[in-house]
Design a binder for this molecule. Structure first.
Ligand code: LMR
Length: 391
């Protein structure tokens, strides 16, 4: 039977990591997968995580199973940061731990499917794994254009998609730091989106994978909170992989907001059953570390300061790109007002290949660049390489 399985291409983004590693050029630049890097090009473990891990080693007295919901102390400790001053919306929101943001997206989409959603509206381009998960779940995707040519969000396209949605459709929205474009909705646009969702009854599924990497923890949650305040029900996929730097530890959470608190138990029981059938229970270590941080004001402050530093550095890179303005056929100015780890450059596949082969610059095939892969030491070389391939 196994010969029926045909060769599948490796995930393009993850394959890029291996290609980069195999390149022996000392001045190569990795703008591929979304991990934060310091100005020295390192991705260190947060000091707050190190402190929490030391405490965990001291205090953890068992590694016995928890359950499919994972560490509920972690799940609840995050909620005020995501949902604000009424973190359960009067008992209507509950969550569960998931393996990373991908696990959270997987379980929120599967929950939507079990609830009867067949079609998910999604702005394109999006994180490639969104479409892969939808396909694997056998759900239909209906695309709308996320961004206009001038580098702002395409509200007309979203408005039309929501207004022409069928009953029982859902929409997948990036809460902040849009991946891959860095183009977020403004607060005024979120206000309109929330009103449109309330009017059309389309189920919102919010993917919040980069909270704190854009404008700040509260500012990055504006859209999520606005939507939740306006609609009866929603699903939220959350990741701590980036804002706690826990990538390989796989730390995420899935939340559901029900129309009525009495429905929450049944919704979560479906989530637990799905988790049991997929991964049984999520890995514990990283989530425990996050829980310890969030329950300790000193460690929380240390973590928030670290997040501030990351954001400031990415802003510095963005300012430098924007200051370069027009480079060959590209205009880097919009990079200055975009948010988070990513921006997308209008490069052809040939130019992207040339950047890699001739200049050692590695980026996703879509033209997405990881802003944090640029440093004050390599940004001039990068801009020079862009000029050379787009001349
Ligand atoms: C990315 O888009 O680079 C990250 O979200 C990592 C991943 O899993 O794709």
């Amino acid at each position: 039977m196994l010969e029926n399985l045909t060769q599948q291409p490796p995930d393009a983004l993850l394959a890029l990591i291996k290609l980069y590693d195999a390149d022996s050029r000392a001045d190569k630049i990795d703008l591929g997968v979304g991990v934060y890097r310091t100005d020295d090009g390192a991705t260190p473990v947060f000091a707050s995580i190190k402190a929490a891990e030391r405490k965990l080693v001291e205090e953890q007295d068992s590694k016995a199973y928890l359950g499919p919901e994972g560490d509920m102390g972690f799940v609840h400790a995050l909620m005020p940061y995501i949902f604000g001053s009424d973190p359960t919306m009067g008992g209507r929101i509950e969550g569960m731990q998931t393996p990373g943001g991908t696990g959270a997206v997987r379980i929120t989409l599967a929950l939507a499917k079990h609830a009867g959603v067949g079609t998910v509206l999604m702005g394109t381009p999006s994180w490639p794994n969104h479409a892969q998960i939808l396909k694997d779940l056998g759900m239909q995707m209906k695309g709308f254009t996320h961004a206009t040519a001038d580098g702002t969000a395409d509200m007309d396209s979203l408005r039309n998609a929501l207004k022409s949605a069928a009953k029982g459709d859902a929409v997948l929205l990036h809460g902040c730091c849009h991946n891959p474009t860095g183009i977020d909705y403004t607060d005024a646009q979120w206000d309109e989106i929330a009103a449109l969702l309330a009017e059309t009854g389309v189920l919102p599924i919010l993917d919040l994978a980069y909270q704190g990497l854009g404008l700040g923890m509260d500012a990055d949650a504006y859209g999520t909170r606005k939507v939740l305040a306006s609609v009866p029900e929603a699903l939220i996929a959350y990741s701590c992989d980036k804002n706690f730097g826990l990538y390989r530890d796989r730390v995420g959470a899935a939340y559901a907001m029900a129309a009525d608190p009495s429905q929450v138990g049944a919704i979560m029981s479906n989530g637990h059953a799905l988790a049991r059938a997929n991964w049984s229970m999520p890995p514990d270590h990283g989530a425990s570390a996050v829980r310890l941080i969030l329950r300790d004001p000193e460690m929380t402050k240390l973590w928030l300061d670290e997040l501030d530093d990351m954001r400031a550095r990415m802003r510095q890179v963005r300012d430098r790109l924007a200051a370069a303005g027009k480079v060959g056929t590209l205009d880097l100015t919009p990079c200055g007002t975009q948010n988070g780890l990513f921006s997308m450059l209008a490069l052809t596949p040939e130019q992207i290949l040339k950047l890699r082969e001739d200049h050692g610059v590695y980026m996703a095939g879509s033209g997405r660049i990881n802003i944090a892969g640029l440093t004050m030491g390599n940004i001039d070389k990068f801009i020079g390489a862009l000029a050379a391939v787009t001349a």
